[in-house]
Design a protein. Structure first.
Lengths: 493, 71
């Protein structure tokens, strides 16, 4: 067994044991399993939220994006930071409401705020549709990492099965606590690895950061700035704004808000998390360093740039360390997604649609039984999904962004929006996202009369705009007749 | 609550500023100018949020229930 494989195996075993041990001293009630009994302090909440940033998507995808596309990768750095500004004012009221109502999931929040289980079911289905492709992406990344870092000793299919089994075990046993403990190990390791690679590789291959960028600019003029067309400045502006709004709308990120034990944690994290984002900078540096050193990767293979460069630079044992860190970037977010998707199905679809009077205990039991089911679906998609999954993934972010208008209105002290408005708005937005993604439509094709700059606007804005229009119009039409009267008795449909 | 308007600055700096700084030279700390501009704003966001945290009266109440034993 090679030293690389040994290290990757050790990291995986540690993740499993730590995930299982996380349960110790806690009875797994619904609130414990889903939101850690709302007892997490600053550090855990910080890591759970940061866990959202450092997934395989950023580790492999961030460096691959820099390698393949150049400047457009800068957007990843910008949107999270802007989202943290919003979080300062947005998350405390969400947390207060969740605590007072003992909420365990995002659809739960919508269904209580708008007093409509039907809305909860819709939000849950949108959430699951966005989460599954995200989980598939983590598993795919895991397969690539293990296969590459083990020098082919373990094929990616076996790695995917092992990885899925590990997260399934510790999510069933410990719920969100398993993710929290593992994120401590993950972030420590990834921090060290990424900082080292981002500093060492430019110096090793080019003599320094400035020299590296000068060399790249000379070899590929225009690679380091936004192009005039396509991924242009307009694309950057619209995508950053859209993704900043959607950032906290991911069901597992929204759910991690509920784990906090007091609301000041969010305001404190809003000043620290932007700085933590800067680690992504070093991921970009790795991708840029690979541009001229391992040229020729095309299509989906651009995501391999970090590992290809590492393989030709370092000894196997260190490739193993990078692989181990990579495995954790797949397992930790994967476990959060698994936990959330199962909760959504059990708490919000089953209890919301099928059996309104189900007890917390039976919902918990069902959620834990659904963990292996969701994992199997994700594995099946990973191994046989082909291209459809890419389309689903592109939709994911735009899907969850559709929840933003109804969420933000519900935080107002006198929310004039109605459940019918929220329901129809979200449905309209999601339909537009699905249609435009599946038909590969862009702004330019949809509105050929627009000026060139406007053609690069992210198509997601069309969906969000239509969502808001429908939301406002339907809410206006369905206003309760006497404003003082409670409309708690009426139902949708 | 005037201090809240500070939070608008990064949106202006990043979203509206980038068209004016979309170039490589001069390199700042070894980074292309447009990347350095974004990095600068990320750091400024942290400073601005720290300032807002200081000025925000809702963070000034005595930390009554924060000293819980670890759960």
């Amino acid at each position: 067994m090679s030293s690389a494989l040994l290290i990757i195996a050790a990291v995986t075993v540690v993740a499993l044991l730590l995930g299982l041990r996380a349960r110790r001293g806690h009875d797994m009630s619904l609130e414990q399993w889903t939101v850690g009994g709302r007892s997490f302090g600053t550090a855990f909440v910080f890591l759970l939220m940061a866990g959202e940033i450092y997934t395989t998507f950023t580790f492999l995808g961030g460096s691959g994006f820099a390698y393949g596309k150049g400047a457009p990768v800068y957007y990843i750095l910008a949107y999270g930071s802007l989202a943290y500004i919003l979080s300062y004012w947005m998350l405390p009221p969400i947390w207060r409401y969740a605590k007072s109502q003992r909420l365990v999931s995002q659809p739960h929040f919508f269904s209580r705020k708008y007093d409509s289980p039907a809305l909860g079911v819709l939000v849950a289905l949108v959430g699951v549709a966005a989460l599954i492709p995200y989980l598939v992406l983590q598993l795919k990344g895991l397969g690539i990492i293990v296969a590459t870092a083990s020098y082919g000793a373990i094929p990616s299919t076996s790695a995917i099965w092992i990885g899925a089994a590990v997260v399934t075990c510790y999510v069933i046993v410990s719920g969100v606590r398993g993710s929290a403990w593992n994120s401590v190990v993950k972030d420590t390791l990834i921090l060290a690895v990424v900082l080292f690679l981002g500093i060492y590789l430019p110096i090793h291959y080019y003599g320094g950061l400035g020299d590296m960028f000068h060399t790249i600019e000379a070899a590929k003029p225009g690679f380091l700035t936004f192009p005039a067309k396509g991924s242009s400045v307009t694309w950057f502006q619209s995508t950053v704004l859209l993704t900043a709004l959607g950032f906290f709308m991911w069901p597992h990120t929204f759910g991690s808000v509920f784990t906090a034990k007091d609301e000041r944690i969010f305001r404190r994290n809003a000043m620290v998390l932007p700085l933590y984002q800067l680690i992504l900078l070093f991921v970009f540096f790795v991708g840029f360093a690979a541009v001229l050193k391992v040229p020729g990767l095309k299509g989906g293979d651009i995501d391999l740039s970090l590992f290809r460069l590492s393989l030709q630079t370092f000894d196997p044992w260190f490739v193993g360390v990078i692989g181990g860190a990579g495995v954790l970037t797949a397992l930790v977010p994967g476990s959060m997604i698994l936990n959330t998707a199962s909760t959504l199905l059990a708490n919000d679809v089953y209890r919301g649609l099928l059996k309104r009077d189900a007890s917390d205990a039976s919902v918990t039991r069902l959620a834990r039984m659904l963990v292996p089911v969701v994992a199997l679906v994700a594995v099946a998609f990973t191994l046989h999904g082909g291209e459809t999954i890419v389309a689903l993934l592109l939709m994911g972010y735009n899907f969850v962004t559709q929840l933003f208008p109804a969420m933000i209105c519900s935080l107002a002290p006198h929310n004039r929006a109605t459940k019918q408005g929220a329901f129809c708005g979200i449905l309209a937005g999601v339909a537009v996202v699905a249609a435009t993604t599946l038909m590969h439509l862009s702004m330019g094709q949809l509105f050929p009369f627009l000026p060139d700059a406007a053609k690069d606007v992210n198509i997601g804005f069309v969906a969000l705009a239509l969502n808001i229009v429908v939301f406002v119009v339907v809410s206006a039409v369905t206003q309760p007749r006497t404003s003082g009267e409670s409309h708690a008795q009426t139902h949708v449909h | 609550m005037y201090f809240r308007f500070l939070a608008v600055l990064p949106f202006i700096g990043i979203l509206l500023g980038v068209p004016f700084v979309n170039r490589v030279e001069p390199l700042v700390l070894g980074m292309p100018f447009v990347l350095a501009w974004i990095v600068l704003w990320v750091i400024l966001i942290s400073l601005i949020m720290a300032l807002i945290y200081r000025l925000d009266p809702s963070n000034r109440q005595a930390p009554a229930d924060t000293e819980e034993a670890r759960s």
